[in-house]
Design a protein around this ligand. Sequence first.
Ligand SMILES: [Zn+2]
Length: 152
Amino acid sequence: MDCDHCDAQSGAARYLPARGELRLIRVCDRCGVEVAELGRMPYAPAPRLLTIHLVELTARELRLSEQRVAALRLAALTGEQPEPGSTEALVIERCASYVERSADGGAAAGTLHAGGRRARGKRTAAARKEHIEQAFARALSRHDTRLDKAAA
Ligand SMILES: [Zn+2]
C-alpha cells in the first residue's frame, strides 16, 4: 500500500496473552500500520490479575524479601511453576485456588494438590502451609475489593 503515514496517528494497545503484556503502540490512521512501539506493560485480564495481586499481598504478609516478592509476582504473571512444595509454589496455589473457586462457584480446587504427595519434609510442609494460610487470610482482608469486582 502506498502510504507515507504522514496523516494523523492514534495510540493503541495490543494484548500479548503469551507474554502477559500490553504493547502500547502508535498506528497510522490512514492505513492502520503500526508506526512505533511506545512501551510495554505487564498486563493480565482478571481473574489472573486478582491472583497476581493476592500473590503479592500474601508474599508481603509473609515478609519475603523484595527480590522474592518480585520473583513470585513474575511467576504468577507468566504462569511459571516454582519448585513444587516451596513457599512460592504454595502461595501461588493458594491464591489461584481461591480465585478459581470464586470464579467457578467452588467447582475447581485441583491446583490445591498440585505438587503434593511428597513424604519427605511432610511436617514442615504442613507447618509452612498453615503459615501461608494465615498470611493469605490477612492478605485477603487487605486486598482491594475493586479488583474482586473486576474479576467477577
Ligand atoms: Zn499509513
